[in-house]
Design a protein around this ligand. Structure first.
Ligand code: AMP
Ligand code: GLY
Length: 445
């Protein structure tokens, strides 16, 4: 076994999620260095045990990890997972945390995940899958509006249309099936999932899985719409907070019993055991009943940022245990891990570029940032360090995250810090966390 003093970690990705994961991993006493490939301006600035690695192609990265004795690789985004990075690293004898390409289909194919949920009795919206446009249009008429149309395949959060009218629904079908706007093909044909519209409040439920066992992470909620008041287009997420008051102890137990555990069992039974972060997007109705909106095979972004702010336990220990082999007699296994969470509320506000999400303007200097402290941390996403100056390089630029006694205080602190950011044309929502401002007493974490 490897000496604990020389653990080098590789984090794949360049967003706010990866900055938060790398930052937390670097706090472990067992970790000497965290390489982030390719990383961003924030991971370049956080010099303590963090270093960027300018490699993006997977075979080169795999070779580099072998040559540099990387003890553990953690994958941030879905694209490398769907491309089979876990299979590739494992075949090279490398330890990596994430799902295989086959297991990653839970996110990469809506049709796969819906069929999986149906097969294993996991609660989800009623649906059907179509390649034939006439049949899809007929199903739209049958179900009526509101109705939800989803392109089958990774579409960077843009493949879902929540249609409030039949006209919009038919247009979405035409767009996705006839014009095949997303270019997603299944046996040469575009495919859509059409499903029942669900009412309720959304929550993000994430867990660490090793194929058989699972440890739930703190709950969270994000804000998908661009503008204050949940208006404007959908985005990757404009802010998030943890915990999510809607996930009461009962809802939590239900999510584990009805969604997470059956998913793990089902994946194992289907011959594609699930290892890695598992993210279930849940819709919680006013009776506390839950349905699964989607699975992601990764952590959420920006949910990871507040979740990592609240994690008191060692993230490296957790992921090391999750990738340990049961055959190792000294292994601390996933089921032996008991995570400690800060009781406080963490809340992150995304600062996005002018023009985001359609046409983000990049290359804008970021001339001022709030200071990082125990309570405030600026996680970077679309930033880069160019000759020592920080500039924007993507749509979501920063996630300014604060930790405080209440959601209200965390919100106030986060916005106070956001006000110190100087980036021309920046946009952000002014109401992140509004759903958490009504206090509930029985949240679970
Ligand atoms: P998805 O990528 O499947 O999670 O869909 C993106 C977003 O669309 C979700 O976060 C929800 O806000 C919304 N959505 C998806 N499916 C439904 C549904 N069946 N009913 C209501 N809203 C939905
Ligand atoms: N914030 C939602 C996601 O990461 O999918």
């Amino acid at each position: 076994t490897q000496a604990h003093t020389t653990m080098k970690i590789l984090v794949i990705g360049s967003g706010g999620r990866e900055h938060a994961l790398a930052w937390k991993l670097a706090q472990s006493e067992r970790v000497t260095q965290v390489y982030v490939a390719p990383g961003n301006g924030g991971t370049a600035l956080d010099e303590e045990r963090l270093e960027n690695l300018p490699i993006t192609d997977l075979p080169t990265l795999c070779q580099w990890a072998q040559d540099n004795a990387i003890a553990l690789t953690v994958v941030g985004p879905e694209a490398p997972l769907a491309a089979g990075v876990v299979d590739m690293f494992r075949a090279a004898g490398l330890r990596i945390f994430g799902p295989t390409q086959a297991a990653a289909q839970l996110e990469s194919s809506k049709a796969f995940s819906k069929a999986f949920m149906q097969r294993h009795g996991i609660p989800t919206a009623a649906f059907d899958t179509f390649t034939d446009a006439a049949a899809a249009h007929a199903y739209v008429e049958q179900l009526g509006a509101p109705i939800v149309i989803k392109a089958d395949g990774l579409a960077a959060g843009k493949g879902v249309v929540v249609a409030t009218t039949l006209q919009e629904a038919h247009a979405a079908v035409a767009d996705m099936l006839e014009a095949n706007t997303f270019g997603v093909k299944h046996n040469g044909q575009a495919r859509v999932v059409i499903e029942e519209f669900l009412q309720g409040e959304e929550a993000s439920f994430m867990a660490v899985c090793n194929g058989q066992d699972v440890v739930a992470l703190a709950t969270s909620q994000d804000h998908k719409r661009l503008l204050t008041g949940d208006l404007g287009p959908n985005t990757g997420g404009m802010g998030a907070y943890s915990p999510a008051p809607v996930v009461t102890a009962e809802v939590h137990a239900r999510a584990m019993r009805e969604v997470i555990l059956p998913t793990l069992k089902g994946m194992e039974k289907d011959g594609t055991p699930y290892t890695g972060f598992l993210y279930a997007g849940l819709m919680v109705d006013n009776q506390g009943q839950i349905k699964t909106l989607e699975f992601n095979c990764r952590m959420g972004d920006p949910e990871t940022q507040p979740i990592m702010m609240r994690l008191k336990s060692d993230l490296f220990d957790l992921l090391w245990a999750a990738t340990d082999t049961p055959a190792n007699p000294n292994a601390k296994l996933l089921q032996d891990i008991d995570l400690q969470w800060d009781r406080r509320v963490a809340l992150g506000v995304v600062v996005a570029a002018h023009g985001y999400p359609a046409n983000p303007r990049t290359g804008e200097p970021i001339t001022e940032l709030p200071a990082n402290s125990e309570e405030v941390k600026v996680f970077h996403a679309g930033t880069k360090l160019l000759d020592g100056t920080l500039q924007s390089s993507g749509g979501r630029v920063l996630c300014v995250t604060a930790l405080a006694e209440s959601a209200k205080q965390a919100q106030a602190q986060a916005y106070e810090a956001v006000n110190q950011v100087k980036l021309a044309g920046m946009q952000y929502r002014s109401d992140i966390g509004y759903r958490a401002l009504i206090p509930t007493l029985n949240t679970t974490d």
